[in-house]
Design a protein around this ligand. Structure first.
Ligand SMILES: Nc1ncnc2c1ncn2[C@@H]1O[C@H](COP(=O)(O)OP(=O)(O)OP(=O)(O)O)[C@@H](O)[C@H]1O
Length: 325
C-alpha cells in the first residue's frame, strides 16, 4: 500500500475516533452479500450479443444546467457524466436526479447504506439495467460526451468500452483460456487472441499462477483467482472503464487484499468505478468517493480524503462514523 493511501486511512481512523457516537462504527465491516438482483442475467448478457460499433458522434451535446451534490465540481477530464439521472423499477424510483462527473483513470468509490441505489447507478453506466424488464431510465448518462441511451448506441459495443465485474466470481464452465477468449470472440476481436488472453491474465495478476494450466476449468480456481479471472475477462477487450460491484465481498482477507492491490494497479490505466460496503476499502483504494443515501440520492461526491476527513454534509459524517447504515 502506498504512503499516500496509508495517510488517508490514518485520516479516516482519526476522523472516526474524534466522533463519539456510542455505537459500533463500520470500520472493517464487510457487508452481507446484497443487491445481486440481476447478477446471473447480467453475467450471461455481459458476454453475449453481436459485435457492432457504438453510435458515432459525440460533439454538440447540450448539458442541462442542474444542481450538483455537495462537493461535486464539474471536471474537465470527465469520462462519465450523469445529468439528472432517474432510474425506476416499475413505479418505484430507485435513483433521484443523479448528477456526477467521474474523472478519467483512478478509482471512484460508490458507498452508502443497503438499497440506496449504488448498484443501480453502476448498472446504468453500461446499460446493464436494460436487462431488467421493469427498469426505466430518465435523464442523461454521457460516456465521453455521447449519451449512452441514444438510440444509435449498441449496448454490446458499449460494454466493450465499459466492462463489468460482479460481486460473486462468475467464471463460465470453460477453460481458463476460453473464459478470457470468449469475451474477445463475442466482440469480434479474433486477431491475436493468444496474445490478448495472456496480456489480460497478466494485467489481472493471474498469469503467473495459471500459465501451466490454461486448459483447466476456470471453476477449479480458488474464489480469489476466479475473481481475477473475471477481471481478466472484463479487461481482455481493452475497455476504458471497469465497473466493479463489490468485487471482494465474497472473498477472504488475503484474496481481498490482492483484489485491492490489483484495483489500484488497474486504475493507472483504466477508469475504475467500484461499489463497496467496506469504508476502509473505499478509503484505501479510491481517489473520489460518492456517498448515496437512503431513497436513492447522491448526497456528496468529492475527493476521498475530503469525504472521510471533513465531509460537508452532516448526514454523510453520520454515515461515515457509523451512526447509521
Ligand atoms: N431488479 C430489481 N427489481 C426491482 N427493484 C430493484 C431491482 N434492483 C434493485 N431494486 C431496488 O432498487 C433500490 C436500489 O437497489 P440497489 O441494489 O441499487 O441498491 P444498493 O445501494 O446497491 O444496495 P446494496 O448495497 O444492498 O447492494 C432498492 O430499493 C432495491 O430493492
Amino acid at each position: 500500500m502506498s504512503d499516500e493511501r496509508n495517510d488517508r486511512l490514518g485520516g479516516l481512523k482519526s476522523a472516526l475516533a474524534s466522533v463519539t457516537s456510542g455505537q459500533g462504527n463500520v470500520l472493517g465491516a464487510t457487508a452481507e452479500a446484497a443487491g445481486a438482483h440481476a447478477s446471473s442475467e447480467e453475467s450471461t448478457a455481459e458476454t453475449t450479443g453481436q459485435s457492432s460499433t457504438m453510435g458515432a458522434g459525440s460533439g454538440g451535446v447540450e448539458m442541462p444546467n442542474t444542481d450538483k451534490p455537495l462537493g461535486s465540481p464539474r471536471v474537465d477530464n470527465a469520462v462519465i457524466e450523469a445529468r439528472d439521472l432517474d432510474v425506476y423499477y416499475g413505479d418505484d424510483q430507485a435513483l433521484h436526479g443523479i448528477n456526477m462527473d467521474i474523472p478519467e483513470k483512478g478509482v471512484t468509490a460508490l458507498i452508502g447504506p443497503s438499497g440506496c441505489g449504488k448498484s443501480t447507478f453502476l448498472r446504468s453506466i453500461n446499460r446493464m439495467n436494460d436487462l431488467i424488464d421493469i427498469a426505466r431510465v430518465e435523464g442523461d448518462l454521457f460516456f465521453r460526451g455521447k449519451n449512452v441511451y441514444d438510440e444509435d448506441v449498441d449496448p454490446v459495443a458499449l460494454r466493450r468500452k465499459i466492462g463489468m465485474v460482479f460481486q460473486k466470481p462468475n467464471p463460465f464452465p470453460k477453460s481458463i483460456y476460453d473464459n478470457v477468449a470468449y469475451g474477445l470472440r463475442v466482440q469480434g476481436m479474433e486477431d491475436d487472441v493468444d496474445e490478448q488472453v495472456h496480456t489480460a491474465l497478466e494485467r489481472a495478476a493471474l498469469l503467473e499462477e495459471v500459465e501451466d494450466q490454461l486448459d483447466s476449468s476456470g471453476l477449479d480456481l480458488s474464489g480469489g483467482q476466479q475473481q481475477r479471472l473475471c477481471i481478466a475477462r472484463a479487461i481482455a477487450p481493452d475497455p476504458e472503464v471497469i465497473l466493479m460491484d463489490e468485487p471482494a465481498s465474497a472473498l477472504d482477507p488475503v484474496a481481498t487484499s490482492k483484489i485491492e492491490d490489483l484495483v489500484e494497479e488497474l486504475a493507472e490505466e483504466y477508469t475504475v468505478v467500484i461499489v463497496t460496503h467496506n469504508m476502509q476499502q473505499a478509503a484505501r483504494i479510491s481517489d473520489k468517493t460518492a456517498v448515496f443515501l437512503t431513497g436513492g440520492h447522491l448526497v456528496e461526491f468529492d475527493d476521498t480524503d475530503k469525504i472521510f476527513e471533513n465531509p460537508e454534509s452532516d448526514r454523510v459524517e453520520d454515515y461515515i462514523t457509523g451512526k447509521f447504515g
